[in-house]
Write a protein that binds this ligand. Structure first.
Ligand code: GLN
Length: 208
């Protein structure tokens, strides 16, 4: 079974570890380079992206993580994790660093401040469009949205209605997945399953 790391410097680490275990993956917390070296995929949790950026540098993980991502390590970023993976960030601090692994522009805190955190049901391409699948409950907490994407980035979900109708909130580019929302706080494990399947596919093709 694939071994999937959860970057464990800050944020909702335990929820992701538990969600991954439910899918049948082996889930491990990653705080150091030796732990990073042993995983087949990495989850970057929600939290606060400028703090996470700082901690990645303090823990000497920034460059090793970026190198593994460049080499094709599958990654899933949720909320702050989406921000960390992106190539371009709007409304961030000038000293915040990011990993440049996903060719999108994200706007931080795009939906407004904490009071504007909200939940909605949405369609998730490749998941909720299968026969018998229900829409997905998405929880947004001071979330970013995806403002623009490179041509080879696939849109997986958009906000279905309301003031932010049509905004992109889930994307995939090759082996990198990101959502603005937090599937780890609901009981729905379909996004984690989707990611674990991505890791299995990449692993199968690279093991030859
Ligand atoms: N607003 C946070 C940031 O900018 C992200 C919030 C979250 O991860 N729930 O990093």
């Amino acid at each position: 079974r694939p071994r999937i790391g959860v970057l464990a410097l800050q944020g909702d680490v335990r929820e992701h570890l538990a969600a991954l275990e439910v899918t049948g993956a082996e889930a491990v917390a990653v705080r150091r380079e030796t732990e990073l070296a042993e995983v087949d995929g990495i989850v970057i949790p929600g939290g606060e992206s400028t703090t996470m950026s700082h901690l990645l540098t303090v823990f000497d993980l920034f460059d090793p993580l970026r190198e593994r991502l460049t080499a094709g390590l599958p990654a899933y970023g949720s909320c702050a994790g989406m921000i960390m993976l992106a190539t371009t960030i709007l409304d961030t601090r000038p000293d915040a660093r990011h990993l440049d692994a996903l060719d999108i522009t994200v706007r931080r805190n795009a939906f407004g401040r904490q009071v504007e955190s909200f939940e909605t049901d949405l369609e998730f391409a490749g998941v909720t469009d299968a026969p018998g699948e229900a829409p997905m409950r998405a929880v947004f907490i001071r979330a970013p949205w995806v403002e623009s994407i490179a041509p080879d980035v696939e849109v997986l979900a958009r906000v279905p209605d309301g003031p932010a109708e049509g905004r992109i909130v889930a994307v995939r580019q090759g082996s990198v997945l990101a959502t603005s929302f937090h599937p780890e706080v609901t009981g729905d494990r379909r996004v984690h399953r989707y990611f674990v399947d991505m890791v299995r596919t990449v692993g199968a093709s690279s093991d030859g």
